[in-house]
Design a protein. Structure first.
Length: 288
């Protein structure tokens, strides 16, 4: 009951702050914002875009690393211009949002850092499986959208975690005050993170398919059977069953979502095996 009251109060505070534009929602890093702004120019040249990216070593290194993976041709690219050309502009947008989201999931507070690392691993697992399922379903043109939607579906959680840390510090300063347990802390985050995620999606101008996925993961959209949101819903349930998740959940609900998703998305045992094979190792590599 105490958790329900706290969650309700936190949601009230969050919605009020969003309405009055007083919620500290993370903004896109300056360089990512510059790149995305440049990508909206229909006359943008790769040379000009490369000149912008070169000013941020993190983004440049990430692009070179990705361009030389087996997914994109395995080696041979030594210049940033070549990396941008090989990856393509659509993939570049996804990478920029990924790097920005990774920063949101980081914290200097040890407890939040540990919890949000698990949240990030879950998001990466969902993103990888949603992308792979999209490819296996002959929807290659939607791979980046599914990956981005999976990666950002829980983007509100680290923001709420930081808000709870602020509340804890205020309460802890009062005589005889106590605070909730770590499990309760995660439960409250799980209950109230959605409006924050939607506000962030609006602030970052995320694609509509990504925003739709963030809005609701509880039920499949039967009107868009092969849509990115359904791939993410299925991957989200599978990641939980694989133990890549921070917080409690109903295994019966998870199994029901997997069963429905397998029928809706035509996922047989072979496909499911491909999605989960070496998943934790893949997450560890991608999450670094």
């Amino acid at each position: 009951m105490a958790n329900e009251k706290l969650a309700a109060r936190m949601e009230e505070i969050i919605l009020n702050r969003i309405a009055t534009e007083k919620l500290a929602i993370p903004v896109l890093p300056v360089m990512a914002n510059r790149c995305l702004a440049a990508l909206r120019d229909p006359n943008l040249s790769i040379k000009r875009l490369t000149a912008i990216i070169e000013q941020d070593p993190l983004i440049a290194a990430r692009l070179l690393r990705l361009a030389n993976t087996a997914t994109y041709g395995a080696g041979g690219v030594r210049t940033l211009e070549g990396a941008v050309g090989r990856l393509g502009l659509a993939k570049l947008k996804t990478i920029l949002f990924e790097l920005s989201a990774r920063q949101v999931f980081q914290s200097r507070d040890a407890r939040i850092a540990k919890a949000t690392r698990t949240m990030w691993d879950h998001s990466v697992a969902v993103a990888l499986m949603a992308r792979d399922l999209t490819a296996l379903s002959s929807k290659a043109e939607e791979m980046d959208t599914a990956y981005l939607a999976g990666l950002l579906h829980d983007i509100g959680k680290p923001v709420v975690a930081a808000m709870l840390l602020e509340a804890e510090k205020l309460i802890a300063s009062a005589p005889g005050a106590g605070w909730i347990s770590s499990d309760d802390w995660l439960e409250v985050i799980g209950k109230v993170h959605r409006p924050v995620a939607l506000a962030l999606a609006q602030k970052w101008s995320l694609p509509e398919d990504v925003t739709t996925t963030i809005r609701d993961l509880s039920d499949y959209d039967t009107a868009a059977r092969q849509g990115a949101s359904n791939f993410v819903r299925f991957a989200n349930a599978v990641a939980k069953r694989e133990g890549i998740y921070a917080g409690d959940y109903s295994m019966d609900d998870v199994e029901a979502l997997i069963m429905i998703g397998r029928s809706l998305l035509d996922v047989n045992d072979e496909i499911l095996g491909k999605l989960t094979g070496g998943l934790k190792e893949r997450v560890a590599i991608q999450g670094d």
